[in-house]
Design a protein around this ligand. Structure first.
Ligand code: SF4
Length: 485
């Protein structure tokens, strides 16, 4: 092919590609895209074991253990490492083709023996990948057999949770593992006696900054608490020059005593639904679940719930923080008020962030929740209906980021809010992406800064308002380019 021909072909190819791209931004393409049934493109979710791993990392001395394929374990470790930039301990019993045919018991027994001998954990939290669930492996009896065969000491604590990846998502896996930890390792409740502790369950939250903020606020109220699980240090450990496989988490003694809690507070509703039922309905423990405290109103509700549950008053320190958050929101409201947003992510996070946007006068338009359910849909609709800024908001359950692309192209917004997976959409739609959510793999340290509580509200206002100001500075005409904004 001659150079000229080549140029001509490239030119034709480019023009054809541009034609396709233009068509992909039309209502006609959107309709076809929304009619697709047999294909998912870039869903905003991970599989169940991923959530189970996070839960397991929050227990002191605990080794997360995947009963299933080695590749799955590598994927979970890599994904979390890329978000946190920390080494993540996780082992698997490396089931392969023969285990898929004959069952994974031999792998599980040998895996436990090796893991205990090599990595010397205090506890193992086991969960399953697709393969083990498809063939119906019974982890409970396999673990019992491992003890009988002497692969595991009789009294060595092992919890397990079934985490079939072909249903649900990482938030269900987190919930299943947490319930599994309580069912396997917590002592029986001692009648009406309590240990006087409030057990705070943060839910699927990959921001160590959030976890530290919960503990700071609750401790400031003088409440005697245990965070369960507590992966703060696993997600953000100090660099001391010495590798420690196990970072401090919820102490085993406090996990064992969990069912004697004076009460449980769940700061996410949808990633802990099964554990809430177990604690409240089965164990009859006083418990409350609040909307993730993102924004001022949700933080108020969180603190007032703590007050109601414990009788402790809200200290002046937190009142002053609230005042600073209101001040920050007021000073920056003009940059966010009236701006249109598209969001995607987990149900608990979306409820929190949409609540925050509404109180800033932002207009949530497209809300994509791949892993939300009908209860979430109704709750989000109620939230949107509670504000004059919520009238344009529409929830898309079970949809993915390719659906969201069509929405952005046919009904544009000013900003996209979500995790790093949305960066291509934001680029195509020529709008900024505010990186809020899980997983943040293409920016550094965002997970260290809280987005919950009053301090989190200040951080969100700062991030979003400054992104709009940056956009304006980049695109405004010369005569509008000012030092003052
Ligand atoms: S979906 Fe199944 S195969 Fe894929 S990583 Fe999750 S557990 Fe492994």
């Amino acid at each position: 092919m001659s150079k000229d021909n080549c140029k001509q072909t490239t030119c034709q190819e480019n023009s054809y590609a541009n034609e396709i791209l233009d068509w992909m931004a039309t209502e006609e393409y959107k309709e076809k895209n929304f009619a697709r049934e047999a294909l998912v493109i870039n869903p905003s979710k991970a599989c169940q074991p991923y959530g189970a791993m996070l839960c397991a990392l929050g227990v002191d001395g605990c080794l997360p253990f995947v009963h299933g394929s080695q590749g799955c374990a590598a994927y979970f470790r890599a994904c979390l490492s890329r978000h946190t930039r920390e080494p993540i301990p996780l082992v698997s019993d490396s089931m392969t083709e023969d285990a898929a045919v004959f069952g994974g018991q031999a792998n599980l027994v040998e895996g436990l023996r090796n893991a205990i001998a090599t990595y010397k954990p205090s506890i193992i939290a086991m969960f399953s990948s697709c393969m083990a669930e498809v063939i119906g492996d019974d982890m409970k009896s396999f673990i019992a057999n491992a003890r009988t065969q002497g692969a595991v000491p009789e009294d060595f604590p092992i919890a397990y949770g079934n985490t079939p990846s072909f249903v649900g998502s990482h938030i269900i896996g987190y919930d299943n593992m947490l319930k599994g930890l309580l069912q396997s390792l917590a002592d029986t409740r001692q009648g009406k006696w309590t240990n006087g502790r409030l057990y705070v369950v943060p839910g699927f939250d990959l921001y160590p900054g959030n976890l530290r903020e919960y503990k700071r606020m609750i401790t400031a109220m003088g409440i005697y608490m245990t965070m369960l699980p507590d992966p703060t240090e696993a997600l953000d450990s100090p660099n001391t020059g010495e590798y420690k496989m196990y970072q401090p988490g919820t102490p085993m003694a406090e996990l064992a005593d969990a069912l004697n809690a004076s009460a449980f507070l769940f700061t996410q509703k949808y990633s802990t639904a099964g554990t809430q039922k177990f604690v409240k309905n089965v164990q009859k423990i006083n418990s409350e679940a609040v909307t993730m405290p993102v924004g001022i109103r949700n933080t108020d509700e969180f603190l007032m719930t703590l007050h109601k549950m414990t009788g402790k008053s809200i200290p002046a320190e937190l009142e002053a923080e609230r005042g600073r958050a209101v001040d920050a929101a007021t000073d920056a409201h003009q940059y966010i008020h009236g701006k249109r947003f598209a969001l995607y992510g987990d149900p608990d996070l979306l409820l929190g962030v949409v609540g925050f946007l509404l109180e800033m006068g932002g207009i949530p338009v497209h809300i994509v929740c791949t892993n939300g359910n009908e209860t979430f849909h109704k709750e989000m609709d109620r939230l949107l209906a509670s504000s004059p800024f919520g009238t344009e908001g529409k929830v898309y359950l079970g949809k993915d980021l390719w659906h969201l692309r069509s929405l952005l192209m046919t009904d544009p917004v000013d900003m996209l809010i979500g995790d790093s997976h949305g960066k291509r959409l934001a680029k195509d739609a020529k709008i900024p992406l505010a990186r809020i959510g899980f997983f943040l793999t293409d920016r550094v340290h965002l997970h260290r800064q809280p987005i919950i509580g009053y301090q989190g509200a200040i951080n969100l206002v700062t991030m979003i308002a400054n992104m709009f100001i940056d956009e304006y500075d980049r695109n405004c005409p010369d005569e509008r380019f000012e030092v003052l904004r």
